[in-house]
Design a protein around this ligand. Structure first.
Ligand code: FAD
Length: 493
């Protein structure tokens, strides 16, 4: 593309929006004149949550893909490190930019950083312009008629839908004019210089086999899903062995695709009869959960640290048992559906939604461990670890969240397994020790007759663990803990 040293240089600050199409900030930059695209790796600004291992892995390849795309249009990406409030203004000054644009973020620390950058840039007479490139509707847009903020999902969903379609997605800019001045950028480094990939040891083989980060692959996945899984999404989305959901979450997390693109194309698929309107709207309502999580993160910035429902501050969690926590993390609980989920997570960097609910519930209720321990583990191991969706969903399962599942509803992992993985295919794909166990016993190996276990090559306690807790006893202990919390609450009232 053309190169230019005109006075209209705009700094495009990429963050959680690593794509060229339907990227409002990038579109703005490209329309104004020449563009200087920057990605800043900021581990210095106060309060930003450090990315987990799987997310770092994803980010490396996502940046590589973005850099390749930008290079192919003649507008290379510059990777820099440092504290945003220092580095971004310094780059603007060094490059002679007249404006800086970005898509908004919603965490408290991120907003504080963005405010500090804005103040500095404006003090230098550099214009700033920000956009919504991440959500269908931003928190302030979806509000109850009576004022305040939504705390329950269904009315939020209704209000969000009532706002109408989120506008037409923007195509990737056709022409991009690159900055062509002398460039000595402060904080400049290379992708490799960020050291995002695991080396000692390199545990990422399963992630490499499962995923291809980047905008082109996100688009491919979406189109494949619209022509495949979407048709039976409502019926099959809870079946972990089926390819029924979109698998777009890590791509969405890093902004390689926008929710607006997803929802618009899903509705097109409904309009042209590829899928029924009912399936499409079920899928859209799941995407809107993400907006709801961001609303909650905005109103409760401590979502990952503090229970949304303050009564749960007093919940009598068991003293953290390293043995139980380790068994849960490594998929050695003796409950096949839980173990399959935790091993899927470790191997592939994601876990099916239904199984996330089962494993999270197991940690919080069967093991009576604090939900924050689970949230932190997911944060480190999920490629889609999201600052809003992860704590929001953990609190939902733990009963302390907004519109949460009531704590007293305790999943029975055996029944959940039998219902959602009836043939045991999901369990078999992640728990190889149980491969030869017939479907009848796959979710209850401890109850299988000896000869069945022997024929399947299983010695309980040796090749596969006995259950680390008894379901009925664990359930009663969890309900007693809930009663204790209620009592403490009443005593204080
Ligand atoms: P699809 O069924 O195809 O849904 C499409 C999109 O809708 C998803 O990609 C996601 O962006 C959004 N979505 C669907 N369900 C939810 C939900 N419950 N909450 C928020 N957004 C949703 N999702 C994350 O993106 N990041 C997380 O860190 C995360 N942590 C979770 C932790 C727990 C304990 C639980 C129970 C759920 C968590 N989820 C998280 C939500 C959900 O499990 C994933 O979004 C989903 O499994 C992704 O698969 P998919 O892309 O095939 O989803």
């Amino acid at each position: 593309m053309a190169k230019n040293t005109s006075t209209t240089l705009t700094l495009m600050w990429f963050r959680d929006d690593l794509r060229l199409s339907d990227n409002p900030a990038f579109h703005e930059a490209a329309t104004r004149g020449s563009v200087l695209p920057i990605y800043l790796w900021d581990e210095r600004s106060e309060g930003l949550r450090s990315l987990g291992g799987a997310s770092r892995w994803w980010l490396h390849y996502s940046l590589a893909s973005l850099a390749e795309r930008l290079t192919s249009v003649g507008c290379p990406l510059h990777i820099v490190t440092g504290a945003a409030a220092e580095v971004i203004p310094a780059i603007a000054a060094a490059s002679g930019a007249v404006a800086c644009v970005w898509n908004r973020r919603y965490g408290q620390a991120e907003r504080a950083v963005d405010t500090a950058v804005t103040t500095r840039l404006q003090g230098m007479n550099i214009e700033t312009k920000t956009f919504n490139g991440t959500l269908l509707h931003e928190p302030g847009e979806v509000t109850p008629k009576a004022g305040g903020s939504f705390k329950v999902y269904t009315p939020f969903l209704r209000a969000s839908l009532a706002l109408g379609p989120p506008g037409h997605p923007l195509a990737a800019p056709k022409t991009i004019t690159a900055h062509d001045g002398p460039l000595e950028l402060p904080g400049k480094t290379s992708l490799e210089g960020l050291g995002l990939l695991p080396t000692a040891p390199d545990w990422s083989a399963g992630l490499r086999d499962t995923w291809q980060p980047g905008e082109p692959q996100a688009q491919k996945l979406l189109h494949g899903f619209l022509e495949g899984g979407l048709r039976r999404y409502g019926e099959d989305r809870n079946r972990p062995a089926l390819p029924a959901s979109s698998r777009l979450s890590p791509h969405l997390r890093f902004g390689e695709i926008s929710p607006r693109q997803i929802v618009t194309l899903a509705r097109h698929a409904g309009a042209d009869g590829t899928a029924s309107g009912e399936q499409v709207e079920k899928f859209v309502s799941e995407v809107i959960w993400r907006d709801f999580a961001y609303l909650l993160l905005t109103s409760h910035p401590d979502l990952a640290d503090k229970p949304f429902n303050a009564a749960f501050e007093k919940f009598p969690y068991a003293k953290a048992s390293p043995t139980h926590l380790r068994a849960w993390q490594t998929g050695q609980t003796g409950y096949p559906i839980v173990d399959a989920g935790m091993r899927q997570l470790w191997k592939t960097g994601v876990m099916h939604n239904r199984v996330r609910m089962i494993t999270a519930s197991f940690l919080v209720k069967h093991l009576l461990l604090d939900w924050r321990l689970g949230e932190q583990w997911f944060w480190d191991t999920l490629c889609d670890a999201d600052p809003a969706s992860n704590p929001f969903n953990w609190q939902w399962v733990a009963g302390s969240g907004a519109d949460a599942a009531p704590y007293f509803r305790i999943f029975n992992p055996t029944l959940q397994g039998e219902k959602f993985d009836p043939d045991g295919d999901y369990v078999r794909s992640f728990v190889p020790e149980l491969t030869r166990l017939p479907a009848r016993w796959i979710h209850t190996p401890w109850a299988a007759p000896r000869d069945v276990l022997a024929a399947a090559g299983i010695t309980l306690g040796k090749t596969y663990p006995q259950p680390i807790v008894d379901h009925d006893a664990a359930r009663l202990r969890a309900l007693a803990a809930l009663a204790d919390m209620r009592q403490a609450e009443q005593a204080e009232a």
